[in-house]
Design a protein around this ligand. Structure first.
Ligand SMILES: [Zn+2]
Length: 66
């Protein structure tokens, strides 16, 4: 499953969620549980062409689930 990055418009929290495409609409903010969120297209989860892997080592604002 792909990882999507979202930004909460209510509290400004940026978070990533591992969901299927059909479940994207059920995603809500882990902080305030708002569904007023917008998807962020992150360069790292994007696959460009073949063989080119973007390095995503350091990312700030990582969300821990669990
Ligand atoms: Zn929020």
């Amino acid at each position: 499953m792909p990882i999507y990055e979202f930004l909460c418009k209510e509290c400004g929290k940026k978070f990533t969620v591992l969901v299927g495409i059909s479940e994207k609409e059920k995603v809500k903010c882990p902080t305030c549980e708002s569904k007023n969120i917008t998807q962020v297209i992150s360069a790292c989860s994007f696959k460009v062409g073949d063989g080119s892997r973007g390095s995503c080592g350091s990312s700030s604002g990582r969300t821990n689930f669990g």
